[in-house]
Ligand binder design. Structure first.
Ligand SMILES: [Zn+2]
Length: 237
């Protein structure tokens, strides 16, 4: 059940304590992929995970702005501080729990949100009012070439929102992007902002993307999420 499309009476009738809360980011993804990539991918995985799960689950609307200051030099990128982000996620989870949906999986599409989500889900779970975990879809699938706006995200977008990927900009995305994330020396990432190591914000080669791989990734992520829903449903708390 998607809250966005349901009435409050539908919500009252929902017989589940499970909720999915998609969390994204509005940030550059190179010249070829939209600023909303991490929102669209988190929503797509949440939606297909809810479909793959054998049971009822409430799907909340996505939180669209996350921890993304490192992308600040690229126009259109939006961000909030980690404190604001954690507060917003915690209070949103608390409002889900107030309706009885107190087993919450945050479905995350953005790497910059990961550590803040781990902390806030831990806080919520230790002190109440819900048990919450964060599922970052690209950590749940085989994606060694993740990059940023690279083949993994671009493939998933091609499968779910193909009209938003600019195929004629893929050569440029690769030529003026970076091979790897960060600027490491002795294990230290010397760069704080993406512009320090990638001219156009891309990391990885999105020319390796394909719709077929995107469909496989979506399947793998949504099956993983469906399994996790079953586990979270049974977990003692
Ligand atoms: Zn992304």
């Amino acid at each position: 059940m998607h809250l966005t499309e349901s009435t409050w009476t539908d919500a009252e009738d929902a017989e589940t304590d499970l909720a999915l809360l998609p969390v994204g980011s509005t940030e550059q993804h190179g010249p070829h992929a939209p600023l909303g990539t991490d929102i669209l991918t988190a929503e797509a995985v949440a939606e297909s995970g809810a479909e793959a799960y054998d049971g009822e689950v409430v799907v909340a609307p996505a939180i669209p702005v996350g921890v993304a200051e490192e992308h600040r030099h690229f126009n259109g990128t939006l961000w909030v501080s980690e404190d604001t982000f954690r507060d917003y996620v915690r209070e949103t989870i608390a409002s889900l729990a107030s309706h009885g949906w107190n087993r919450v999986i945050v479905v995350n599409g953005h790497g910059g949100n990961v550590s803040a989500l781990r902390e806030v889900c831990g806080q919520v779970s230790r002190r109440g009012p819900a048990y919450a975990v964060a599922f970052t879809w690209f950590d749940a699938v085989d994606a060694p070439d993740m990059g940023h706006g690279g083949p993994v995200e671009t493939s998933l977008l091609q499968a779910t929102d193909g009209e938003l990927v600019h195929a004629n900009r893929l050569d440029d995305a690769t030529a003026n992007g970076a091979d790897g994330w960060g600027e490491f020396e002795h294990g230290v990432n010397l760069a704080y902002d993406v512009v320090e190591f990638s001219e156009n914000g891309t990391v990885g080669d999105p020319r390796d993307a394909s719709t077929e791989r995107g469909e496989e990734l979506l399947d793998a992520a949504s099956n993983g999420l469906a399994d996790l829903l079953a586990t979270v449903r049974e977990r003692e708390r």
